[in-house]
Design a protein around this ligand. Sequence first.
Ligand code: NAP
Length: 498
Amino acid sequence: MICVSIGRTRHKMVKMEHRALAEKGAELVELRLDWIARPADVDRLIKDRPTPVVITCRRPEDKGRWNRSEEQRLAVLRTAIVSEVEYVDLEDDIAEQIPRYGKTKRIISHHNFDETPHNLEDIHASLCEKDPDIVKLVTMANSPEDSVRILKLVANAKVPTIGFCMGEYGVISRILCGKYGAPFTYATFSRERELAPGQLSFSEMTKIYGYDQIGPETAVYGVVGDPIAHSLSPLIHNFAFRHDKMDAVYLPFRVPKDRLAETLQEFEWLNVQGYSVTIPHKAGALKLAKHADEASEKMGVANTLIRDEDNAWQARNTDYDAALDSIRLGLDPEGKASGDPISGKQVLLLGAGGVSQAIGAGVVNAGGALTVSNRSRERGETLATELGCAYTSWENRGSGYYDVLINGTSVGMYPNFNETPFAQNFMHDDMLVFDTVYNPENTLLLKQSRERNCKTVSGIEMFVRQAAAQYQLFTGKEPPLEVMRKTLRTGISAVGKL
Ligand code: NAP
């Protein structure tokens, strides 16, 4: 179950949000009395309530907004209990001043906004001594391991325990705590109304992560990267799992640079079945894998980790095929060409970063005549030397004649959608233009290419294909390509940014 927190300054707004949440399917709502500007009228707030409630009233030292006396705060909490609300949240230091009464269940809570302390178990034991129905222990995660520690505590607790971490490293524990026995987790009405760091909205919890369907047997997958908060991979993979009715969830794992190996070791307890891998871990993923496919070996980077029969990690690179298949689709949409449509084509690749390295290697392997151009000359020349292909300076990139233009740079990506890496007057009618940028889908480069009657392929095609190939590796199932494509498009327009 998800408890959705409402923090509004007016009684009227609290009641409106409460009704809206009930209509959206919320089963439990936390009313944060400390947010209400006027003296809180508990009876008014709970009269005709559409769902059960948790009554909470936080002091400033607990990151709340209560600005009246402590006596008044305790009086409000006692009133809530006398009114027989379903739950009342009592911080551990006041729990003994407010005795059990009637049917109201006691949530004895402890928050640490700085860290996940070493003595978690001791703190938990002391909370258990304060006559709780539920213990709530919430700490700040300063590393991915902190989330694992708190989930272990939830799993081993004898008293029903809600335990999760705040902050970006803690997001996974908010989503997984129910799997390990927490009676509920917390979410917010909307992301703009985040009441604690890292809190997800009710609709993210339900629509993306399917929180209420996550159980002890649910298989866990995810993407490792840093930053990871705006990744669309959880959206696309979770929707595909849902479409195929799979008991699986896909999470955003923020893992700091240079900490991949240790973190995956810690995550063994979560029994993660497979990872997508993104910046800055693509090279690290390959290093820690026991086996790798040819594409990963060739490029020195992997974007997928899957388990083999001995439970060891195998590295795969699905970016490589995804990019090349996107180009092939653009050159030969009907699939009628007898050989590889890339073979013999003059290809200009803009960029020399990770994505360009993969695409460049693929084009050369497929028999394309490749020229690389990059803003930083040295990096571009190094890539061209490695691939054994031509190099042209950034200033001269428009001077040659090419069948295929590939943008492997980040130029044109949100929020800089008014930029393009290639002037329109350099284009010609028969050119295929492939932009790896997928947010926005219709980049300025692609818009101008269409105006010049060029054929175009957007970065969406590559993104969906690399994700679909991962899905197949994770599940052994045929990926629901159309569902994934549609989800990505909806996600991009909803999120607006990556
Ligand atoms: P990267 O390693 O950071 O490389 C960035 C590249 O962009 C470098 O070549 C860089 O040139 C160039 N660049 C950045 N700003 C520029 C500017 N203002 N003018 C000219 N060149 C500029 O990044 P990456 O991992 O290769 O990713 C590149 C892009 O690929 C991403 O931005 C993303 O849009 C796209 N992508 C697409 C997918 C997909 O599935 N469709 C997946 C991943 C990435 P310098 O060497 O001069 O810095």
